[in-house]
Design a protein around this ligand. Structure first.
Ligand SMILES: [Zn+2]
Length: 161
């Protein structure tokens, strides 16, 4: 399958999306953003896995996206944005109420361009998980510090008496 094949990094400048692919993605998704469900154009074709990171001009890797989502997403994956793709033909909705906060784009290690599309998806998922764990640890550490401070205060009071 093309998706799991190892791909060479793409050149910076994208080739144009073939007209037949463009047309079939547009007719599949219609005038509705696959990320936010918004029906307010202008619409663009967005690479789910960005071109700059090895994503191809295929129907599987292209979706209709509203300008807002397209711009905010930039060179990130939906996983990195915390977004999920809405199913084809889902009921349209109002779209995003506010701009979602993108995760900071990190510099990719040297070996990254040699990862397959599947491996890149896995990496993106693992990064999201790691970020969640990091936040949970930060929360726990803060809670531990609060308990420690309370105990230290009690200890000091005890000593004064
Ligand atoms: Zn959108």
């Amino acid at each position: 399958m093309a998706n799991s094949a190892i791909q060479a990094p793409h050149p910076i400048v994208s080739r144009p999306i073939p007209q037949d692919v463009r047309l079939s993605v547009s007719s599949r998704d219609g005038d509705q953003c696959r990320y936010c469900g918004g029906t307010e154009g202008p619409f663009h074709l967005d690479h789910v896995l960005p071109w700059s990171r090895g994503g191809d001009h295929t129907e599987e890797n292209l979706v209709v996206a509203c300008q807002r989502c397209n711009v905010v997403k930039g060179g990130r994956t939906p996983e990195e944005m915390g977004w999920t793709l809405r199913p084809v033909g889902a009921h349209p909705c109002e779209g995003r109420k506010k701009d979602p906060r993108p995760t900071k784009q990190r510099r990719r290690p040297k070996w990254f361009p040699f990862a397959s599309v599947l491996e890149r998806r896995n990496l993106a998922r693992l990064e999201v998980q790691a970020a969640k764990i990091k936040r949970a640890i930060a929360k726990d550490t803060a809670e531990r510090d609060r308990i420690m401070k309370r105990c230290e205060k009690r200890m000091q009071r005890e000593r004064m008496h």
